[in-house]
Design a binder for this molecule. Structure first.
Ligand code: SF4
Length: 359
């Protein structure tokens, strides 16, 4: 019997699996699940079970958090932005970033894949290609390590680390279930955000889940097809008109506001005409909030980081067009933890070496 990672399951799912697998001792499933999720421990022996029953729990379920390879922090005005690199079961690495939001609250930016196949031109992860999807338990592990190994008080989760979340929809939707589980981690939907480059099938699937208070944001970055084709290859398959149509249909609740992320690239997408095109794209979408993200140059920069005046000017143009805009403060740039900077372009080479050694 192979062991199943316990932290990839919701409380109700664990109860069901335990009932199937453990004729004796399944009655403590609810409490074991809460111990794992809320205390980061899996100790079935502590629930009054005899050695055989606790042994059966350990044979049926596992709880192994990934090893922490490195943690690097960058001190900012609101506190430290910390990037952790975690080593997964097969030796590959996933990165997560803890971002301070003020008043002692933090957002954890989690990865959903190792690498990414979307190939966005401004993104370090895109240069890795897709190595593999993360399983639901590997996604949840990032939160459990942040809370229980480092004691970071994580309040919000954004799926904006390595990978296109909706390219790994099955595991991401399962992870959302576990995060939002009232009997477990109990993170409200309004504190969870899925970010996508515009994966149309994934957006439709997300809509079918009926998660009415979940946040969704799209990475727009260019509002004309010619430029978006260059920056984001997904646009060649599903252009802006199709993306707009799917987003118009998304609307999970009456007061839903779509997040529209726009990475400002000086000399590439920062003219007044670009700002007007963003407004035209957003007009039929109902309520939106534009997050303006100054470009963070990676190891092979596409351009330089924008000056403060250039960011302010673009924000002004968007506001003149009637768009609500939030200017994202860059955090974690010095430790390659800022937007678009996650990833290890040499990971593919390292994976090949790892497989050769094991063969
Ligand atoms: S921006 Fe997101 S979707 Fe695009 S390559 Fe990077 S990780 Fe993938």
């Amino acid at each position: 019997m192979t062991t199943q990672p316990i932290h990839g399951l919701s409380n109700a799912q664990l109860v069901e699996r335990a009932r199937e697998l453990l004729p004796r001792g399944h009655g403590v499933a609810r409490r074991i699940h809460r111990q794992v999720m809320l205390e980061g421990r899996f100790e079935p022996e502590g629930f009054g079970l005899g050695p055989r029953a606790s042994g059966a729990w350990r044979s049926a379920f596992s709880f192994d958090l990934p090893e922490v390879v490195t943690v690097q922090s960058d001190q900012g005005d609101h506190g430290a932005t910390s990037k952790m690199v975690l080593r997964l079961r097969d030796g590959l690495e996933a990165e997560s970033v803890c971002i301070p939001m003020g008043r002692g609250r933090n957002t954890l930016c989690v990865s959903s894949q190792v690498g990414c196949k979307m190939g966005c031109a401004f993104c370090e992860t895109g240069r890795m290609g897709l190595l593999r999807h993360l399983s639901a338990d590997e996604i949840i592990s990032q939160l459990l390590v942040a809370r229980h190994r480092f004691g970071w008080p994580i309040r919000n989760i954004v799926f904006m680390g390595m990978g296109e979340a909706l390219d790994n929809a099955d595991n991401v939707i399962q992870a959302l279930r576990v995060l939002n589980d009232d009997a477990g981690l109990a993170i409200g939907q309004e504190r969870l955000t899925i970010c996508t480059v515009g994966h149309l099938e994934g957006i439709r699937r997300l809509r079918q889940q009926g998660l009415k208070r979940l946040n969704l944001s799209i990475s727009l970055n260019a509002a004309n097809d010619r430029l978006r084709n260059e920056l984001m290859p997904i646009n060649r398959r599903s252009d802006l008109a199709r993306l707009q149509q799917v987003l118009m249909e998304y609307q999970p609740r009456r007061n839903f506001a779509l997040g529209v992320n726009y990475c400002l690239l000086p000399g590439i997408n920062d003219t007044e005409a670009d700002a007007r095109a963003v407004a035209e794209f957003c007009m039929p979408l109902g309520r939106v909030l534009v997050n303006l993200i100054p470009y963070n140059p990676g190891s092979t920069p596409l351009t330089r980081a924008p000056e403060k005046v250039e960011v302010e000017r673009f924000v002004r143009w968007l506001r003149v067009e009637g768009l609500p805009v939030r200017q994202r403060v860059t955090k974690g740039r010095s430790v390659m933890a800022a937007c678009g900077q996650l990833g290890n372009p040499s990971a593919r080479k390292e994976l090949r070496a790892l497989r050769t050694v094991r063969a």
